[in-house]
Each structure stands twice: as structure tokens, then as C-alpha cells.
Design a protein around this ligand. Structure first.
Ligand code: SF4
Length: 550
């Protein structure tokens, strides 16, 4: 197992100007975030929430907890209503704070039972004004949560085995997993057990509760690589190993945001029984060698970029694992494969799974409760969230497929969605996010409706992702059409909400970051016209067999 804290005698020499790497002896905090984490472990805030803050109310909350440690339990203050995007960068953080919270429920592997989905739905309706969003990291986010209600919410969620522990903060976040793990006819390996092990062994452990920044994991044996190993901090991607038995190819250092980087293959094969240990070792390398001086350089991708894959693997094996991993093959990626698992498809046991699309992940507690009812009425106890803001119900008997499809469609949950409903995602945006400059969810939903009306026959695969700021929570750099929220100048010279356009991004065989075309911006109002023009031009000018995707 990796050491509890960084040891001395590392192979890397100490540079004159440090990046705050613990392993090189830089233990004194170099910024306020590091100081807060050193002062008190984020995990300790739970008891204060239960004993003090939930009883004494919002005004009793220590600011270092409110804007720091609360995240260790998935709690962010949401944006106070009515503050426009122009003020995002100029106001102090406390001026943007509402007295209500966003609460993120982690759903590792996207795996939910009917009882768990019901619990989330009930929390939403009882404590979250019926809000609920499916995120592109398979979580559910609720809004309008009061600090007074948090202990009761935890009690309700924990009674069914769910939690909000390390759903945010400088911690190991939710572990992505294929929604079809264990049932897909063509999966390389069922990763459910490895996800459970990593979760049970390490989430909530003080060994990993003070990382330089967030740490995003994916463990999946999906043949379409639906959890996007290319852009996770650490990813175990299912492959057949040197002797033909299934295991994982190890990737580190992927991430988007303002400095997008694709993960690097270490070329190492990891057996299923090694995953938890190797995951912990990678996380420990990040904890000890990660850059803590500047927040914007603190993700593991910067370390991996500076070291390269060979050095990272050497340090991982020599200093942390104490043994060498065998070389292994890379995943076999198919060109043009859709990763979203939408629609009706056969499972390997002869039953069916039904994937369906709300608009840009937005549902509600009431809607989640209906989904639980529908799943149960059709004999299923397994619901899954996807990394594309969609949902899947598993284990439907063949003779119930038509009935469940009709029931979902009647709830405006499309089993056979238009390409626009299927492949448009939006982040939280200005409605609740304090970093946002523009609206995204409502704009994304309107865009889908408009494009369905204007281009009813359009069926080419095209991803359209909207972000409310330069961060990339909705993965704009790997969309065919990525829309980065910012203020733009309209025809009358006014500063209005709009988007910088990125074109041609994608994942898989042709992974590429979208190109930011100079001057290519659109106001939010003109967005449907802009996208329509772009898609019509593509239809008019494309060569035979050409797809919009990169
Ligand atoms: Fe907030 Fe920006 Fe992330 Fe959207 S991309 S949720 S606006 S931080």
C-alpha cells in the first residue's frame, strides 16, 4: 500500500523554486486553500454540520468551512439569484453566495436501485424544491438545500447506501463506470467489483482527503469506452491482457478546463485484483508530488505532462507499488461508435436495457420518482446514470419493452430522441453556479426544441455542449460544437450573454480538442440561428460519407 504521508529520499531532486510538492519537502502551505486544508481535514466538517451549523443556522458557519470544507460533503453555496454574469469576476465570493446550497449525491458507477432512486427523489421534493440534474459524471445534483436539513438528508440517503462524501473538494470524486457493467453483450470486463472496492477501501479515508485538487476516476470495461478514459485523472480501461484474460490499461493525467490535456497511457496492464492498490498508488503519487503552489496548476495532468508517462510509471512502481506492472495492450477503439447507451438494446441474458434522454440532464424529484415507479412496474430494480446526462433502466423483459418505452415517452423522457436531444449537454450555468457568466440549462433545452423544429430530418451524430464559463464541466473542448459562455458584443454594441464557439472536438479514435475559431462568437439570442446555419452548410457541402464529427 502507498505510504500514509510523503517519505524522504525521493528520486526527484528539490528544485530551487518549489511547486509545493510534499514529496520534495514543501510542507508549508503556499496559499489559502492549502492552509485551510492543513488547519483541519475537510472530512471533519461533517460533525460540525450535524452538531452546530444545522442547529444554529447559516450565519453560524465558519467561512473556512462554508467556502472550503463543506465541499468534502458535496455542498456548495449556490449563486444568489439575480446577479448577472458581468459581476461574476468582480464581486467577492461572499457577495455571490446564496444562503442555500447545491448538494451533489455521488453515484459511483452510476448504479442505483429503485429504493436509492426513490430516496434521491424524496430528498429533492422534501428539501430541494423538486430540483434534480443528472450530471455528466453520473451524479445527481440538488439545489435550494438549507443547512438545517442536511443531517436529515444524509440520514435518508445513507439509509439506502448513498452518500455525499467527497462528492466535491480536493478529494477522489465519484468513480465513473459503464452503466451496462455486467449486462452488456460485448463488454470487455465487468468493472462493478473494482469500483466497489476502490470506493469501500479509499473514499472517506484521511489518507486521500487532502489532495492538491480534485481527482476524477474512471473504471470501466465498456467496449465503447463510454466513461471517457481520455479525460479522467486516472482511468482503468478494459482490455484483454497479455495472456488473453481481461483486465485494464492504465491512463493518467487527462482533464479539460482551461488547459485541456488527454490522459497518457502508461502501457501497464492491471489485473482486476490489483485495481484498488494501483488506484491508491496513483492517488498517492498525486497527493505527494502534485503541485500545490498554484491552484490552476494543481491537477495531476500538469505533473504527468512535466514527467511524461515513463517517469510517472517508474515512480509509481518503484516508490509506491514496490513491484513492476507488466506491459499490456491499448484499448481497441472503434471509429464512430456512440458512447451514450440510449435506446432499446439486448442484454447478454436475453432481457433488454432502455436508455433515455431528458433535456440536458434536467429532471426533478417528481420525475425521478416516476422513473422509479416505471422501472419497478416493469420488473426492474436497476437504474443507471450515464456520463452523458442520460439514464438507463436495466433488466426489462422483451414483452415489456413497448410498455416501458411508452411510459417513459409519456414523461417526456425520450427513448428514441432526436440527435439534438440525444447529444446536447449543458453544465449548471448561471442559474446556480457562482463561476458562471451565462445561462446554460434553459438555453440548451431551448436550443434542442428549436433545432428539432427547424431541422426535423437531421440525423447525423453531432454533439453540442454548452458551458457557462471557461471551465469545462460540460466537456466543450471534446464536442463537435462546443459553446463556451462569455459576454459578447451584440449588433447594437451592448454586452450580452453569448458563446465562444469551438469546432471539431471529439473522443475515441480521432480524439481532438475543438478549434477555437478566432472571432467565432454568437450571442445567446442568435444561438439557434447560428447552429442551424452551421448544420445546413454541413448538409449542403459534405462529401459522400462525411460525418460532422471530428
Ligand atoms: Fe459552473 Fe463554469 Fe462548471 Fe458551468 S462550466 S458548472 S458555469 S464552473
Amino acid at each position: 500500500m502507498p505510504p500514509a504521508s510523503a517519505s524522504t529520499g525521493r528520486t526527484t531532486s528539490r528544485p530551487r523554486r518549489g511547486e509545493g510538492q510534499w514529496a520534495l519537502g514543501y510542507r508549508e502551505p503556499l496559499n489559502k486553500n492549502e492552509e485551510n486544508k492543513k488547519n483541519d481535514d475537510g472530512l471533519n466538517v461533517r460533525q460540525r454540520i450535524i452538531d452546530v451549523y444545522s442547529r444554529a443556522g447559516f450565519d453560524s458557519i465558519d467561512p473556512a468551512d462554508l467556502r472550503g470544507r463543506f465541499r468534502w460533503y458535496g455542498l456548495y453555496t449556490q449563486r444568489a439569484p439575480g446577479i448577472d454574469g458581468g459581476k461574476t469576476a468582480v464581486l467577492e465570493p461572499e457577495e455571490l453566495d446564496d444562503r442555500y446550497f447545491m448538494l451533489r449525491v455521488r453515484i459511483d458507477g452510476g448504479q442505483l436501485s429503485v429504493a436509492q432512486l426513490r430516496a434521491v427523489a424524496e430528498v429533492s421534493t422534501a428539501y430541494g424544491r423538486d430540483t434534480a440534474d443528472i450530471t455528466d459524471r453520473q451524479n445527481v445534483q440538488l439545489h435550494w438545500v438549507r443547512i438545517e436539513d442536511v443531517p436529515a438528508i444524509w440520514e435518508r440517503l445513507e439509509a439506502v447506501g448513498l452518500s455525499t462524501t467527497e462528492a466535491c473538494g480536493d478529494t477522489p470524486r465519484v468513480i465513473l463506470g459503464c452503466p451496462l457493467a455486467g449486462i452488456a453483450e460485448d463488454e470487455v470486463i465487468d468493472a462493478s467489483e473494482q469500483i466497489r472496492q476502490v470506493h469501500d477501501d479509499h473514499i472517506g479515508s484521511p489518507l486521500f482527503s487532502n489532495l492538491p485538487r480534485k481527482f476524477k476516476s474512471s473504471i470501466s470495461g465498456c467496449s465503447t469506452y463510454c466513461t471517457n478514459h481520455e479525460i479522467n485523472d486516472v482511468a482503468f480501461a478494459g482490455v484483454l491482457g497479455p495472456d488473453g484474460t481481461p483486465g485494464y490499461d492504465l491512463f493518467v493525467g487527462g482533464g479539460l478546463s482551461t488547459n485541456p490535456m488527454f490522459a497518457q497511457r502508461l502501457g501497464a496492464f492491471v489485473r482486476p485484483d490489483q485495481v484498488s492498490e494501483v488506484w491508491a498508488a496513483v492517488c498517492a503519487v498525486f497527493r505527494d508530488y502534485g503541485y500545490r503552489r498554484l491552484r490552476h496548476r494543481a491537477r495531476i495532468k500538469f505533473l504527468v505532462k512535466d514527467w511524461g508517462a515513463a517517469k510517472f510509471r517508474e515512480v509509481l512502481e518503484k516508490e509506491y507499488l514496490g513491484y513492476a506492472l507488466p506491459d499490456g495492450p491499448a484499448p481497441e477503439l472503434d471509429p464512430g461508435t456512440r458512447r451514450d447507451h440510449v435506446g432499446v438494446h439486448r442484454q447478454r441474458d436475453g432481457r433488454y436495457y432502455v436508455g433515455f434522454a431528458p433535456r440536458v440532464g434536467r429532471v426533478s424529484g417528481t420525475k425521478l420518482s416516476r422513473i422509479a415507479d416505471i422501472a419497478e412496474a416493469h420488473g426492474s430494480d436497476r437504474i443507471r446514470t450515464t456520463a452523458d446526462q442520460k439514464l438507463v433502466i436495466l433488466d426489462v423483459a422483451e414483452d415489456r419493452v413497448d410498455s416501458i418505452t411508452a411510459a417513459l415517452e409519456a414523461e417526456d423522457l425520450r427513448v428514441r430522441p432526436s440527435v439534438f436531444r440525444r447529444q446536447t449537454m449543458a453544465c449548471t450555468g448561471i442559474e446556480f453556479c457562482k463561476l458562471a457568466i451565462v445561462e446554460t440549462k434553459a438555453r440548451g433545452a431551448d436550443l434542442i426544441d428549436e433545432l428539432e423544429r427547424r431541422l426535423p430530418e437531421f440525423s447525423e451524430p453531432v454533439t453540442i455542449n454548452l458551458n457557462g464559463c471557461p471551465n469545462s464541466c460540460a466537456r466543450i473542448q471534446v464536442a463537435d460544437i462546443g459553446l463556451k459562455g462569455q459576454l459578447v458584443t451584440d449588433a447594437e454594441g451592448r454586452q450580452v450573454e453569448g458563446y465562444q464557439v469551438h469546432l471539431g472536438g471529439g473522443l475515441g479514435l480521432n480524439s481532438a480538442f475543438g478549434r477555437k475559431v478566432r472571432g467565432l462568437k454568437t450571442t445567446a439570442e442568435e444561438l439557434p440561428d447560428y447552429v442551424e446555419r452551421l448544420l445546413r452548410r454541413f448538409l449542403d457541402q459534405r462529401a459522400d460519407g462525411e460525418v460532422f464529427a471530428a
